[in-house]
Design a protein around this ligand. Structure first.
Ligand code: MYR
Length: 185
């Protein structure tokens, strides 16, 4: 039946986007639930989510570089801003802020106040050690490894654990110089 008031194209697309986002959120929830059933140990689920994210990240970087037109960052500070403002927006639909820099400019935090992965999510007491969004840390680690940056990623704050935001610490361990298959003579 046609709606009494025809909806504009924009309204329909907004609706499709909302439904897609909800489907994405619910699908991720179903994956986590299945892992909890299969692996039983929360620690194992954390590891598996991180590994899944890493496998996604090492592929997603190509799409990111192709679609974003981002060129080489001059330093890690710029890289962190690109992840927070361009990468998160592209794949998660939200941006993060970048704070808590160390003096060397090799360690910072990405803060997410809004995280679509956790819409509708509440963790039961049995899952208290779970890093529900661990897929994100794996994605960032995998993507950065593909652009020669070895990182260590740690959750500092987690809203599902009662914190006021999600805080992901990104520490640059090593920047591997680009390797070319041949040398100029
Ligand atoms: C460079 O200097 O080569 C540019 C580096 C840009 C790296 C951007 C990585 C994007 C990661 C997206 C994460 C999305 C998480 C949902």
């Amino acid at each position: 039946m046609a709606p009494a008031v025809p909806r504009s194209g924009d309204a329909i697309f907004a609706n499709v986007e909302r439904v897609n986002a909800e489907l994405f959120t619910l699908t991720y929830g179903a994956i986590v639930r299945q892992l909890l059933t299969d692996l039983e140990e929360v620690e194992e689920v954390n590891k598996q989510l991180d590994q899944m994210g890493y496998n996604i990240g090492i592929r997603l970087i190509d799409e990111f570089l192709a679609k974003s037109n981002v060129t080489r960052c001059v330093n890690f500070r710029e890289t962190a801003e690109v992840i927070a403002k361009v990468g998160f927006k592209m794949f998660l639909g939200v941006t993060a802020s970048v704070t808590n820099w160390d003096q060397e400019g090799t360690c910072c935090s990405l803060i997410l106040e809004d995280n679509p992965l956790v819409d509708f999510v509440e963790l039961p007491d049995t899952c208290q050690g779970l890093y529900y969004c661990n897929i994100l840390s794996g994605v960032v680690r995998g993507a950065l490894e593909m652009v020669s940056m070895k990182t260590e990623i740690t959750w500092i704050r987690d809203m599902l654990r009662g914190d006021d935001a999600f805080e992901l610490q990104v520490k640059l361990l090593k920047q591997v110089p680009e390797e070319y298959p041949y040398k100029d003579d």
